[in-house]
Design a protein around this ligand. Structure first.
Ligand code: HEC
Ligand code: HEC
Length: 376
């Protein structure tokens, strides 16, 4: 469970990082003075005896290979490897207070995550909200699904604090990922830890509390051991086996292949979600809409319209009734279609006869039909 949750976060962050990496990649191959193509933006790497070298495009390999891509270079891998491990790998130095975090939060986060991280309108809460005393974490979230219970947020659910840091750094604020400085991220983490009422080293985080790398790594998440089965560590496999061999942990509690239930099986629905909450699909028809007359479903007047009339009728800037403007064409059609054909062929005010073309009358009528059909 923990693994997959973390992977979701990881992919979110990789997407956030991808834009930087890919843009860097587009500039990755350059030809240098010696005529060789240098990759990795001209970075150099130690060879031996203090000498350095760039990576060059291996022209020979290109002749025999798939002609697609190339191996990632050390710098590229470094750029992609952005997660922060629970042991502190990847976590930079920095500092920030709860108060500073509060101010940044107000400015950059509250619009979506609401005051004090209460969430709503589809945006996740960042604090544990209505967690009642006595059950501060989701130690056994499978069992406790009542409304009073804690909701799955950072403080109640996340097993590792380190995830918070790089989630914010690489993914938030949602419209501008990677825009926060390391100190700002520390300040925001301090604020989020404080609204979740978590303690570091037995200390509550008041406004003046200054979080830094060392203190952050001491934060122990309440739900760290709440994930079942416990798949991490050297006993992971054994724990998983034990969990799935104990039938009281899931299902109806007994191992059976037939006659598993006395009477009717009870079907438990997800709380608060009645069947009436589901909308049937709007349509179960699988056919495409019928094709319009003419080749490829196109109106026969469309091509000629585009070639000869759209210069003026494609916008309303020329004083010509715009094709697709229902109101304009309703007014025109009040004259009767024969009068409209006549005006198109002989011209009226700014409308040159036949739109300045020498198309046959029948073609002009066909185009007018197309123009009229677009206003329906
Ligand atoms: C424009 C809206 C928006 C803004 C602004 C924003 N967020 Fe988010 N935030 C989201 C959305 C949407 C998600 C859920 C993303 C997902 O699940 O893929 C999210 C998720 C998160 C999460 C993970 C929550 C969880 O339990 O999964 C954290 C932590 C977070 N945001 C922190 C912040 C911080 C800190 C800021 C300010 C620097 C911020 N966000 C600004 C929209 C926003
Ligand atoms: C040089 C610009 C121009 C071109 C090209 C042009 N039109 Fe027009 N058209 C106009 C203008 C301006 C009007 C509005 C005339 C008015 O009622 O004052 C108009 C009006 C019309 C009307 C409405 C006539 C009415 O009864 O009110 C039709 C139908 C029409 N154009 C068809 C065409 C067709 C078909 C073509 C192409 C073969 C075409 N136009 C090309 C400028 C153009």
């Amino acid at each position: 469970m923990f693994k997959s949750y973390r992977n979701i976060l990881l992919s979110a962050a990789i997407i956030a990082a991808a834009s930087t990496t890919l843009f860097a990649g587009s500039d990755a191959s350059r030809t240098y003075a010696n005529g060789k193509k240098v990759i990795d933006g001209g970075s150099t790497y130690p060879v031996k005896k203090g000498k350095t070298s760039s990576y060059y495009v291996n022209e020979k390999a290109h002749k025999t290979a798939f002609h697609m891509g190339r191996p990632a270079t050390a710098d590229e891998i470094k750029a992609w490897n952005i997660d922060i491990m629970p042991d502190g790998t990847g976590l930079p130095e920095g500092k920030g207070t709860v108060e500073e975090g509060d101010a940044i939060y107000e400015e950059k986060c509250a619009a979506c995550h609401f005051d004090f991280g209460t969430g709503g309108a589809g945006y996740p809460a960042l604090q544990k909200g209505n967690a009642y005393e006595g059950q501060k974490s989701l130690t056994n979230q499978r069992v406790d699904g009542n409304d009073e219970g804690p909701i799955r947020v950072f403080g109640t659910y996340w097993p590792r604090a380190s995830t918070l840091w790089w989630y914010i750094k690489t993914g938030m604020p949602h419209p501008a990922p990677l825009s926060l400085s390391d100190d700002e991220v520390y300040a925001l983490c301090a604020y989020i830890i404080s609204i979740n009422e978590l303690e570091i080293d037995g200390e509550e985080l008041d406004d003046e509390y200054e979080l830094n790398r060392e203190k952050f790594l001491k934060l122990v998440m309440p739900n760290k051991d709440g994930f079942i089965p416990k798949i991490d560590g050297k006993n992971g496999l054994e724990n998983t086996r034990k969990f799935f061999n104990d039938f009281s942990n899931y299902g109806n509690g007994t191992r059976c292949m037939k006659n598993c239930f006395d009477g009717e099986p009870k079907i438990a629905r997800i709380q608060g979600v009645g069947i009436s909450d589901y909308q049937p699909p709007l349509s179960n028809k699988k056919d495409l809409p019928p094709k319009k007359e003419g080749a490829g479903g196109e109106h026969p007047g469309k091509k000629a319209y585009e070639a000869s009339c759209s210069v003026c009728h494609g916008t309303d800037a020329m004083g010509a009734p715009m094709v697709g403007n229902k109101k304009a064409w309703e007014a025109i059609l009040k004259k009767g279609i024969d009068k409209v054909y006549h005006n198109a062929i002989h011209g009226i005010n700014g409308m040159p006869p036949k739109g300045g073309t020498s198309l046959p009358d029948e073609k002009i009528k066909e185009i007018v039909d197309y123009m009229v059909s677009e206003a329906k």
